[in-house]
Design a protein around this ligand. Structure first.
Ligand code: COA
Length: 314
């Protein structure tokens, strides 16, 4: 039997209609557009409407990806949703999404790895495909971060936004997803968390920043080494969109010019698990990627968790 791999055949994305510019934050906390842009690269973020739920955003992104793939919901034999901000404790967002899409019977479950959630979900779906059990999978990253942000804390509220991104994976004899690399270290939980009994996130920004830069540098190196590649073999970097300075540090490690790095952080801030698929969707729809190009996806987030996926575009 031919070895089975997974291939990204379609992407989708959704951002809520409401845009919150830095100027609006200037009215809420002691900050400035200049400070936010200089320290983070963020100009604006999208905020879900009051009655707009996490599953609503997931549904929009999923529809777009399914349409792009030319697949009907019933063709899916796996649905994975990465989210830290589900609407309900249960059912999972994946099950709520499955019902909305009209798929019945496929396994559907959530993955919670905060900002690394999409990479974890993608790696999980890839393993299902390599086992031969699944032919068509939907992987969604979606977050309503605005619901867990402390809007009076200037050191965190400037960073986050809401949105959803999705990919459809299809089993193939050729990769597709070349390799995935996942890590976690729970010893750092307190640096970025929603503390027990609380509803809003807290972060030690400076320490998180330093860890993110170091860890993402390491995961890039690990991905290259495992695949016997040099930095110049990578055509595109699709990083987690948290802070432009973290992205630049990873690009430097790869010696990649910034025009080979997909950056959307300016327009939607840190959308946690939605950030990598939103950036991927943005670049795919702009026609950036060419067949056989190698794309490195990476993310870092609360937990800490971090991971990467090396993808051959087709
Ligand atoms: N506007 C103006 N000043 C602000 C501010 C804001 N929104 N937020 C913090 N400051 C102030 C601080 O109070 C501090 O003032 P002080 O020197 O008088 O004490 C000063 O700016 C520097 O704070 P610091 O936290 O050292 O800034 P920084 O350069 O590290 O930038 C972050 C702060 C949050 C932008 C940065 O640490 C960061 O991006 N961290 C990683 C966040 C992240 O990516 N998290 C998610 C990971 S998935």
């Amino acid at each position: 039997m031919n070895p089975l791999y997974s291939r990204i055949v379609a992407t989708g994305g959704y951002l809520p209609e409401r845009v919150m510019h830095n100027a609006e934050l200037e009215q809420m906390v002691d900050t400035s557009d200049a400070w936010i842009f200089e320290r983070t690269g963020i100009r604006s973020r999208h905020i879900a409407a009051e009655n707009e739920k996490t599953v609503d955003m997931a549904e929009q992104a999923a529809h777009q990806a399914l349409q792009d793939a030319g697949l009907a919901a019933e063709d899916l034999d796996l649905i994975i949703v990465a989210t830290t901000t589900p609407d309900q404790v249960f059912p999972s967002t994946a099950c709520l999404l499955q019902a909305r899409l009209g798929n019945r019977g496929a396994p559907a479950f959530d993955v919670q790895a905060v900002c690394t959630g999409f990479i974890y979900a993608l790696a999980t779906a890839d393993q299902f495909m390599r086992s031969g059990a699944v032919k068509n999978a939907l992987v969604v990253g979606v977050e309503s971060m605005s619901r867990i942000v402390d809007w009076s804390d200037r050191s965190t509220c400037i960073l986050f936004g809401d949105g959803a991104g999705a990919v459809v994976l299809r089993a193939d004899a050729q990769p597709g997803i070349i390799s995935t690399h996942l890590h976690a270290d729970g010893a750092y939980a307190e640096l970025l968390q929603v503390p027990e009994g609380r509803e809003q996130l807290t972060m030690q920004g400076n320490a998180v920043f330093r860890m993110a830069v170091r860890t993402l540098g390491d995961i890039v190196q690990e991905t290259l080494s495992k695949n016997d590649l040099e930095p110049e073999d990578i055509d595109w970097l699709v990083p987690h969109q948290a802070n432009i300075r973290i992205i630049q540090a990873t690009a430097d490690k790869l010696q990649l010019p910034m025009d080979r790095v997909v950056t959307t952080v300016e327009h939607h801030g840190n959308t946690s698990a939605a950030s990598v698929p939103l950036a991927l969707n943005d670049a795919a729809r702009r026609g950036c990627f060419k067949t056989d190009q190698k794309i490195l996806l990476e993310a870092f987030g609360g937990g800490f968790t971090w991971g990467s996926a090396l993808v051959r575009w087709s």
